[in-house]
Ligand binder design. Structure first.
Ligand SMILES: Cc1ncc(COP(=O)(O)O)c(C=O)c1O
Length: 419
């Protein structure tokens, strides 16, 4: 079949697709026989699901549901909900935000598929602009969204030891090249590592984007104000020139497919054109729920009283289970400091096979992990971590993690060098 170049690019093996396919194919298997440690689903927390169910019941009893089912909204949401969202978020994002600064999309992924292409590739003046990822590894979902090739630019991050079996990636300020940049993109917390870049370094990046007059895209899918999984780090506030994205997914509503962009009015109006052409309208469910959520402060309250303590505890338990398994096999391993987000990023410095091969061997035993090699778009320099790291979610139950930990440890032990 003759396909377009972009269709060929998208159908080629890409990380996000294999990840979502793994999620689907492993789902129907009996409990206890698989370890689904790959995906980005939030944990199912009955107490939280009950809160969302009650919000939905309010929509039904108030009659909102009829218009929710029966009417298209504006491409990025009607003015009333955009104004209400601005009013609500202004307190949480410490800025004078108005309705004209807000756009809703069918998930933040949907918004990024437009944003990344607005600010990279061949520009209207004929120049070619890059997307700067200031620290790789970075979110797998950006990599295949661009219509043009070779648009990502990244450098080997600083690898800072933070203690026994612990490290963190840091900005290599000297080598970041902003000259060809069309925009800068950072997820905070970062998926896959759980890194929450310090406020100071984040603001350094912001100043750079101002200097080069390019947008700074800050992906807060796991960040403040909800689910607020940022550990001890300071929250981000919106400032002109920043494009913030929030998501309803990581608070436990991935099926609702709602993402919110906060940006200068000029960018929002650009996005509105993309929303109209690509989606006609944003889905109504998330917008209607947002009305209830803002009125009752649901998401921020739930994040701080239930989600944060829940995920912090889960992360601690998972690290403990994994470390026990690794130590019992005498493995060389190091965890990225798990500051926030849903994931653990692990480096096996003596691994003799690639992480891609490790993924395959684990999958043969029904343990689903994500190979780290996907997370380095734009990196052209050799860096051992691209082949020796894996990403695991800790949002699964203890038994499932323990089963996976034992199998991963056995396979890594069998495929590691002595020194
Ligand atoms: C860092 C990050 N950004 C954005 C998304 C996309 O989220 P959604 O489209 O569900 O809002 C994800 C999903 O896993 C993510 O991990």
């Amino acid at each position: 079949m003759l396909l377009s170049r972009i269709a060929r690019k998208i159908t080629g093996s890409n990380g996000i697709q294999s990840l979502m396919e793994d999620l689907g194919s492993a789902l129907g298997k009996p409990k206890g026989t698989t370890s689904l440690l790959g995906g980005g689903n939030p944990a199912r927390i009955p107490e939280v699901e009950k809160i969302y169910k009650e919000a939905l019941l309010q929509l039904i009893s108030s009659g909102e549901i009829e218009s929710m089912f029966g009417e298209y909204s504006s491409p990025i949401g009607n003015d009333d909900i955009r104004n209400a969202t601005a009013e609500y978020l202004k307190e949480h994002l410490g800025a004078e935000i108005r309705g004209e600064n807000i756009a809703f999309f069918n998930g933040s992924q949907n918004a990024y598929s437009y944003l990344l292409n607005c600010f990279s590739g061949t520009m209207e003046d004929g120049s070619f602009k890059k997307i700067i990822l200031p620290i790789v590894p970075e979110y797998i979902g950006y990599a295949d969204q661009t219509w043009e090739d070779n648009v990502f630019s990244s450098v080997v991050p600083k690898v800072l030891s933070t203690g026994a079996h612990r490290f963190r990636y840091g900005l290599d300020k000297e080598n970041l090249d902003f000259a060809s940049a069309g925009c800068v993109v950072l997820s905070r917390p970062t998926n896959p590592t759980g890194n929450v870049l310090s406020k100071e370094e984040t603001l350094w990046l912001y100043e750079k984007t101002k200097e080069y007059k390019i947008p700074f895209l800050l992906d807060l899918a796991y960040g403040n104000p909800f689910p607020n999984l940022i550990g001890a780090a300071e929250p981000i506030h919106w400032m002109p020139g920043m494009i913030l994205s929030l998501s309803f997914s990581k608070v436990g509503l991935p099926g609702v497919r709602t993402g919110i962009i906060i940006a200068d009015a000029e960018i929002i109006s650009l996005l509105s054109s993309f929303g109209a052409v690509g989606n006609l309208a944003v889905g109504n469910l998330g917008l209607s729920l947002a009305k209830v959520f803002w009125k009752e402060n649901t998401l921020v309250k739930t994040a701080n009283t239930i989600l944060r303590p829940y995920y912090e505890e889960k992360s601690k338990i998972a690290v403990q289970i994994l470390e026990e398994a690794f130590l019992s096999q005498n493995l060389a391993y190091s965890f990225h400091e798990p500051d926030g987000g849903f994931f653990l990023w692990i480096h096996f410095p003596r691994l003799k096979i690639t992480n891609k091969e490790l993924y395959r061997l684990c999958k043969e035993r029904d343990v689903y992990i994500v190979s780290g090699h996907y997370f380095f778009p734009g990196l052209t320099t050799d860096f051992s971590h691209t082949k020796q790291c894996i990403r695991l979610t800790y949002c699964r139950d203890k038994e499932e993690i323990a089963r996976g930990a034992k199998i991963i440890a056995e396979i890594v032990a069998r495929n590691s060098s002595e020194t």
